[in-house]
Design a protein around this ligand. Sequence first.
Ligand code: AMP
Length: 411
Amino acid sequence: MKFTDLGLDQRILDGIDAMGYETATPVQQQVMVPILEGKDIIASAQTGTGKTAAFLLPLIHRLLTVPHDSNEINAMIIVPTRELAIQIAEGLEGLSYFTDVSSIAVYGGSGGDSFNAEKKALTQGVDIVICTPGRMIAHLNMGYVKLKGLKYLVLDEADRMLDMGFNDDIMKIISFLPKERQNLLFSATMPMKMRELARKILREPVEINIAISKPPEQIVQKAFIVYEPQKIPIIKDMLGGSKFQNVIVFCSKKQNVKQLTAELKRAKLSAEEIHSDLDQTKREQVLQDFRNKKLNILVATDILSRGIDIEDIDLVINFDVPNDGEDYVHRIGRTARAASKGTAFTLVSEKEQNKFAAIEALLGEPVLKGTVPEEFGPTPTYNPRAPRQGGQNRRSQGNRRNGPPRGDKKK
Ligand code: AMP
């Protein structure tokens, strides 16, 4: 799904573009529409799935399109830790950069100056407050927090908040809020006590479960950062020795399947292609030969990445970077079936670096980068337009900002 399909305000699309996001992650695909429709949601989604943008984007859109009082606090995001508050504030700053949505992070542990700055914002009104429970209560107890216009409440990492003993604090904060509001609850796990909290807070919520699959641990994953024309020679080299017996190479395009197979055959390697241009009989024949080990290398489009069970594949090569984390997991999941070990190599060209970084973000950790032998010449450095690290304007109020998140867009 593309972000443009959602009817988001153009200024938000510009922010998404500047952040380098191309397609919506699974949690974003499922969560954004009900939020845009004004529904309450309860979503089980872990960090690394893109859940922050999944609630920030529709929230910003609603602030831009549904009338609200800019002298009030309009949205409150409650989080367990100051680190998460800072991270969300930074993400928000990037995504809302081209809008006039204002925000402030309110968390404990910072000095008197920050307390006064927070007090000022909470007294004058600010579109979005991102806060930790204890610090918010400290402000609420002083009686100046402007909450009459609040329309949106987000609880992020709610299970962690309950584990940290914040249940009563959360309920106390909620007792200060108007009853008519939209509630969004995100939690990595859904224990019983979470269900109870949800029952108290949410109204007819849409329930969303995102189980991001992880590749089996016994797969050795490596990525090679290369220039596009280096891909075929490098793959020929990888397959040249007799180290791997049963290999699948995945390509996104049929054209690449055909070209690579021809090159491998020319190098006298035992390779065949499989894609939708082949008739069913031919496809089955190729698969049969591969299963019977008459054939060592299968070059395939994604038609083979899901569901087809072939035993004993010891190497999967991604000729190109799959479109999203799920496709990546499905492709490399062809190897290391059951308890066996497997290897997965991915060739990442310059223009695929951002896409690969997004997959790494979804996997929750970077993939080891392999060294390309010198004979293939110099290779590019891995320098994706990384998900923004921020660090410039940790608290923003009234859209006071130091510069665009990335790229050369001007306001
Ligand atoms: P989160 O689960 O919200 O902590 O997000 C994990 C990482 O994924 C963050 O660094 C985000 O900037 C990044 N991210 C979120 N949405 C997308 C997307 N649609 N495409 C690429 N990266 C994304």
